[in-house]
Structure formats: C-alpha cells, structure tokens
Ligand binder design. Structure first.
Ligand SMILES: *Cc1c(COP(=O)(O)O)cnc(C)c1O
Length: 393
C-alpha cells in the first residue's frame, strides 16, 4: 500500500482485523464478473455514465488551445463522488455489512453515501462537524431526506477532521457489522488504491472519447483540482505511465499561500501521518494538524492522498495553486462563456488555465468534478460585491 515513501496503514490495533480483512478481499471481489456487472450497470443507469467529454469552443478560443471538459458535474448527485460510493457499497454488501458510516465536511460525500445506502436499503450514519452542519444546511437536509442519521462532531474545531475522528471511534466500537465508506483517495491502505480504482472510470472514458474526437487517446495535459485527490486520481489513472501526458494537480491557495489561510498542502505540507496514512500534511513543528482554509469546502482538507504526494514529489504531476478570488472569477468565466456553472472546487481547475502556457495545437482535458448549485450562495455574495461583468471576455 505504498507509493514511494507515502501510504501504508497506520491504524489503531483495534481496527487491524477489519482493515486487514478488507485488504485481503477487495481486489478479488472487485474483479469478479458479478461485481463488475453490477458496478457498471449502476454507473450507466443510475449515475448516468458515461459522462460527456465536451469540446468547450468558447473557452478554447479564449485560451487559444483545445479544451475539453469531462462533465462529472452531470452525474447523479452532481459530482464524481458517487462513482466511489457505489463501488464501496457493493463491497460492503458482499462483505455482509449491515451498517454504513461516513465522515463528511461540506456534506457532498455524506450525500453520495446516503444516496447509495438508500439505494441498497442499508443503515447510514454520517458524522459531520457541528460548525459544518450549520454552514452546509442544504446538504444536511438532503442526507436526512435520504434516511441517513447525521451526527454532529462537537470536539476540536468541529469540522472535517473532528468528524473523521468520530467516524473512526464508531468503527472501533462496531468492527463486526459496520463498513466505513471513505470519500477520497485518503485513509489507510487499501482505501487510497480502492477509491482510485473506482474513480478510474473517468480516465477510462476520456481515453475512448478522445480517440473518437481527435484520433488519439492521449491529451497533452490533464488538469484536476485536489482536495484529497479522488477526482484527480480518476482523471489521471490511465495516463499515469504515459509520460507524454502532463498532469496538473490544482490546489486551493485560499487567501494566499503565505496568508495563513490556505489549503495548499503539497506546497505547505510536510511528511506525517493523517487519517491512517503517511503523506504530506499541513502541521505545526510539533505535529499538530493546521486548520486549512479554502472558499471551497471540498478542497478545505489539511492532507493530500499518498498517491498525489508521490506524484508531486517525483515531479510526475505539477502543482498549480489557485486563490479564492481566482476561483470565483473562473466560475463566472465558465458560466458566461459556456453556460456551465461549476462547483467551486472545479472552478479551481478552470482557473489553472490562466497559469499554463498552451500552444494552439494542444488537447487539454479539464476534469469538471461537480456542479455549482451547492455554491450559489457564495457566488451571489461575490457578484454583489464585485458586480456582474467581472472578468468575462
Ligand atoms: C469533494 C469534491 C472535490 C474534492 O475531493 P477530491 O477527492 O479531491 O476529488 C472536488 N470537487 C467536488 C465537486 C467535490 O464535491
């Protein structure tokens, strides 16, 4: 479970049997024809895959290159996260688990988990920081509507890391009947590998779709935002060993890298252990996790998946950092040029187009991880402050 020096499974002894059981069985289970059949049929008929690969003509004109958007925003529930929760719920079912737990920050992973629990008729408990419950009321209602129980995590900063601690505590107390659905390529092995495999459908489709549209499976560049890194892992997956395809991990720089309000883990982070794996994380000199900041709740995470720590350290992926303001501008740009309102997370990937020099011949794929409905409040506040025609061409 290592990517270079990153990864592994640093877990309390009480969870060892559970994680080890999953590690021994997950690959075998995923590869059975029965699993593959159910997974791909749900992705097709329930999630709505394949998602389109859309040639964004006006955006391309603006950046003087050829830009394709991978439309993960068109998935059921509005983002890529459901690809993973479908995969994990099918595993949980096959392992005979009756109870599903999850942690959520913005509520997106909680909604995706509550959705698949309703689909499979399994009990669903979602831990969420008390502060986040207040900030993300619509997603709390969605989870409740879907039949999930949302439990507030009241310790610490009452945000994602506290919710994660509560979920792990629950798992330790209920190791027999409970499956822990993790929402990104983070956590102890085998989670990062497992989640990357479930999300790899994104680049599997990109290859086919690009071949049809351009005659070649390979783009020149793939750009994706990175919170924990699952949508990026999915978009990069089938290109990892194609050195000619340049990969860009876009991180949230918040109010600025050196402002103290940032979530640019791969720039500011150092090696340490978070949520059961060794990776890069933002920490103080004595190893306390630093509270991250990003205007986008999905990128507001103090760590980064071990795969991405490895890709970045080895130079395979380049990092682009985007500040809150730049992401807001990019969201308006995409809305006005293409009629697509992106999630704030995905707007970071769009903003990265401003920071890369392209030639006119290139093929560039941006993974549009989610749609912007959940962010309309933030967008409207921004428009009020800066006026309506900001930064469009
Ligand atoms: C959660 C989320 C992200 C960040 O998570 P990753 O695991 O890094 O992909 C990005 N975009 C959207 C729309 C999200 O909901």
């Amino acid at each position: 479970g290592y990517y270079g020096q990153f990864g592994g499974a640093y877990i309390p002894e009480l969870l060892y049997a559970n994680v080890e059981d999953l590690r021994k069985q997950y690959l075998q289970m995923i590869e059975t024809p029965d699993f593959q059949k159910e997974f791909s049929s749900l992705l097709k008929d329930y999630v709505g895959r394949p998602t389109p690969l859309y040639y964004a003509a006006r955006l391309s004109e603006r950046f003087k290159t050829n830009i394709y958007l991978k439309r993960e925003d068109l998935n059921h529930t509005g983002a890529h996260k459901v690809n993973n929760t479908i995969g994990q719920i099918l595993l949980a079912k096959r392992l005979g688990k009756k109870r599903i737990i999850a942690e959520t920050g913005a509520g997106q992973h909680g909604v995706a988990t509550a959705t698949v629990c309703a689909l499979m008729g399994l009990e669903c408990i979602v831990y969420m920081g008390a502060v986040d419950i207040k900030r993300q009321a619509p997603n709390v209602l969605r989870m409740q509507m879907l039949g999930a129980k949302v439990i507030p995590a009241g310790s610490g900063s009452q945000t994602l890391k506290d919710a994660t601690n509560e979920a792990i505590r629950d798992w330790i107390n209920n190791p027999e009947d409970t499956f822990y659905i993790i929402g990104s390529v983070v956590g102890p092995h085998p989670y990062p590998d497992m989640v990357a495999r479930f999300q790899s459908v994104i680049s599997e489709e990109i290859k086919k779709q690009l071949k049809e549209k351009t005659g070649s499976e390979n783009p020149d560049r793939v750009i994706a935002c990175v919170g924990g890194g699952s949508n990026a892992a999915g978009a990069f997956y089938h290109y990892l060993d194609k050195e000619e395809v340049k990969l860009y991990a876009v991180e949230a720089a918040g109010k600025g890298i050196d402002s103290g309000y940032s979530a640019a883990t791969s720039v500011l982070g150092s090696e340490g252990i978070i949520h059961g794996s060794k990776t890069l994380l933002m920490q103080t000199e004595d190893g306390q996790v630093v509270e991250p900041h990003s205007i986008s709740a999905g990128l507001d995470y103090p760590g980064i998946g071990p795969l991405h720590a490895f890709l970045i350290k080895t130079g395979r992926a380049k990092v682009v950092t985007i500040e809150d303001q730049e992401a807001l501008q990019a969201s308006l740009l995409l809305s006005r040029l293409e009629g697509i309102i992106p999630a704030l997370e995905s707007a970071h990937a769009i903003a990265a187009l401003e920071k890369i020099e392209f030639s006119s011949q290139e093929t560039v794929v941006v993974n549009l991880s989610g749609r912007g409905d959940k962010d309309l409040d933030t967008y409207m506040n921004y428009l009020k402050e800066y006026g309506n025609d900001h930064h469009t061409s």
